[in-house]
Design a protein around this ligand. Structure first.
Ligand code: NDP
Ligand code: HSE
Length: 437
């Protein structure tokens, strides 16, 4: 039987749903000529069918019942763009059971329920497209599972949350306060429905779960990822970082150290001339090292209506081509996941890196020697130091950069230091990556 078009049903007509629809409708003819067959947007389901989304849909396309999309026998690909865990998970599983291929941008869902979803897809021989789930418009999923297939990935350093990067950039370059920068980011459609996911590093950890699993063959390990967000970054630390020659970025890091894989998300100081340190605003970047390719850098918009819509459409087009090519033959599910269990996740306490420390101390004789004594006692050596101000009774900031040390030693040393009577506030601790690039 010759298939004349591939029918698409979208669930969720919000920021990403509208961007996807704009491309599918606005570029219908170009897409058809590139693919050799048409992609037909049959339905979009949303709870609210009255709100203006900036695009006029043909009559009958917009409906308010997601189940009508999932159960429509004419629909080949269900595109889940509603977000959240429930009922998105149940919708996707039902679509898979109904034999439909699925495209989703829902990294929270994949990071936490991905094992079950991919298993179901394998059983029912359908595809799951999730390009839009990591790094917005950057085709990083395709890169990792297709383009770099001949490599053992050694390390990944990603700025993969547009909202946090937007906030840090605004704070660094324009002195905008945290709350105003977050508000702007929300109004631009970058933030998650619950923006704590963005600013607490959870969204980056969701994305890193997916990337690390594809790159290192480890199971989806969201709960094991050490996660720290940007909410505690102050203008003072941004200024000190700059004085030392660094910028602060929220980095998602996955790297091979021996047989272990480090997976962590936290604010990180990077030398100002590092390529990633110069990725600003809503832009994302993924710096990735393969054993064959060496280092590569992928850069692009990490969020927003059209950039994310572009990634969704790329999955739709890939799956549509797969459907057309393999029609009447055995359908092969293309998850790209190989979880052979040869690598395991390194405990955060064993990670080694350099640190930036900002102590709030009383400016009294002997304070520095007590602090450096405790650090030395935990095998932590100081590389450089700045002390600002000298106001007898009031606390002054003392900032140190350390040589490489073990996380557990740092945690133990800071616990002791923060108990000293001359230390007046919890010490700020940021990890530093020197890296290449
Ligand atoms: P939005 O909140 O803008 O859109 C979600 C839409 O889904 C809303 O219109 C919502 O309706 C609708 N919806 C919710 N529940 C249902 C339901 N049961 N049936 C039908 N429609 C429903 O979210 P985004 O477009 O920003 O995000 C969508 C997904 O894409 C999320 O998983 C997000 O993490 C991901 N993503 C977002 C990016 C971005 O830049 N925004 C980038 C990459 C990924 P209502 O508003 O009436 O509740
Ligand atoms: N809230 C996410 C971000 C959307 O800011 O990066 C893109 O995944």
């Amino acid at each position: 039987m010759k298939k004349t078009s591939i029918n698409i049903g979208i669930i969720g007509f919000g920021t990403v749903g509208a961007g996807t629809a704009k491309i599918l409708i606005g570029k219908q003819r170009e897409l058809e000529s590139k693919l050799g067959f048409p992609l037909a947007l049959r339905n979009i389901a949303d709870l609210d069918t009255r709100r203006d989304r900036g695009i006029k849909l043909p009559a009958g396309v917009l409906i308010n019942d997601a189940k009508a999309v999932i159960n429509d026998p004419a629909i080949d690909i269900v595109v889940e763009l509603m977000g959240g865990i429930h009922p998105a998970k149940e919708f996707i599983l039902q679509a898979i059971t109904n034999g439909k291929h699925v495209v989703t941008a829902n990294k929270a869902l994949l990071a936490t329920e991905g094992q079950e979803i991919f298993r179901a897809a394998g059983i029912h021989r359908v595809d799951i497209g999730f390009e839009a789930s990591v790094a917005g418009s950057i085709p990083i999923i395709k890169v990792v599972r297709e383009s770099l297939i001949g490599n053992n990935i050694q390390s990944i350093y990603g700025i993969i949350n547009g909202t946090s990067n937007y906030i840090l950039t605004k704070m660094t370059e324009e002195n905008v306060d945290f709350a105003s920068a977050l508000k702007e980011s929300q109004s631009l459609g970058y933030a998650e429905a619950d923006p704590t996911f963005d600013v607490e590093g959870i969204d980056s950890a969701h994305k890193l779960t997916i990337l690390a699993s594809l790159s290192f063959g480890i199971p989806f390990s969201f709960k094991k990822i050490y996660t720290e967000g940007v909410t505690k970054i102050t203008p003072l630390d941004i200024q000190f970082a700059s004085e030392f020659g660094y910028r602060i970025k929220l980095l998602a890091i996955a790297k091979r150290t021996g047989k272990d894989i480090e997976v962590r998300v936290h604010p990180t100081m990077l030398p100002k001339d590092h390529l990633i340190a110069n990725v600003n605003g809503v832009f994302n970047a993924v710096y990735i090292e393969g054993d064959a390719t060496g280092a590569q850098l992928y850069y692009g918009r990490g969020a927003g209506e059209m950039p994310t819509g572009s990634a969704v459409v790329s999955d739709i087009a890939d799956i549509a081509q797969n459907i057309v090519r393999t029609l009447n033959s055995e359908y092969r599910t293309q998850t790209g996941l190989i979880q052979d269990g040869t690598c395991k996740i390194k405990k955060m306490e064993d990670v080694r890196c350099c640190y930036y420390l900002r102590f709030s101390v009383l400016d009294k004789p002997g304070v520095l020697s007590r602090i450096s004594g405790i650090l030395g006692g935990h095998d932590i050596s100081i590389r450089s130091m700045i002390q600002k101000g000298r106001k007898a009774e009031k606390a002054v900031p003392v900032v140190m950069m350390t040589h490489e040390a073990r996380e557990l030693d740092m945690v133990r040393a800071l616990k002791k230091i923060d108990r000293l009577s001359v230390v007046s506030a919890k010490t700020v601790c940021l990890r530093v990556e020197e890296g290449e690039g």
